[in-house]
Every structure is written in structure tokens, then in C-alpha cells.
Design a protein around this ligand. Structure first.
Ligand SMILES: [Cu+2]
Length: 99
């Protein structure tokens, strides 16, 4: 999804079995990582331009991820170089093609 610097993304918990947290290294320099607990609604301020990768930690390996695009893709090289589980990486690759 697209966002703008200054926005706040709200991950609304609808099930106690999931969380939302930033994937390590998958956010722009200077941005603040988030780590939601399972079943917790959490907000993430978009403070920097770039790509933000979000995982549901228990289901990361199953490909439960999200991508937020804010402004210029300043960190696309860095995030493409991350080691990401196959099913999640396949999703990101599909989304990268659509940027
Ligand atoms: Cu999950």
C-alpha cells in the first residue's frame, strides 16, 4: 500500500494469533521499528521516505507480510538484498514489480 511521510499506519488486531512488526532491516534509515504483541493493535508512524516491510512474526514463513511504499524508494536496493523466507520473498518480489 502507499503512504505519505507524516501518515500513521494502524494495524488493527482482529485475531489473537497474529501480530504486526517491522522486518529487521526492511525500513528506511531513521524510521522507527515496531513490534506488536500477538493480538495487539499497533500504530507505525511513517517518518521517512522508502519501503517498509511488515511481518506477522508467527506466520512470516507462510508469507504473511505487507509492504508500505512512502515517497521515493530510497532503500529498495537494501531491502532486495535481505534474506527473507521464500513465501514472503515471493510476495515482495511481486509487489516490487508493481512499484
Ligand atoms: Cu499471522
Amino acid at each position: 500500500m502507499k503512504a505519505n511521510v507524516g501518515d500513521t499506519i494502524k494495524f488493527v488486531a482482529v485475531d489473537a494469533g497474529h501480530n504486526a512488526e517491522t522486518i529487521p532491516g526492511f525500513l528506511p534509515d531513521g524510521a522507527t521499528p515496531i513490534t506488536g504483541k500477538a493480538g495487539e493493535t499497533i500504530e507505525m508512524p511513517i517518518t521517512q521516505e522508502g519501503l517498509y516491510g511488515i511481518q506477522c512474526h508467527p506466520h512470516y514463513g507462510l508469507g504473511m507480510v505487507a509492504l508500505i511504499e512512502a515517497g521515493k524508494l530510497v532503500n529498495i536496493g537494501a531491502v532486495k538484498a535481505l534474506h527473507i523466507p521464500k513465501k514472503a520473498a515471493d510476495k515482495f518480489d511481486t509487489w516490487f514489480d508493481q512499484l
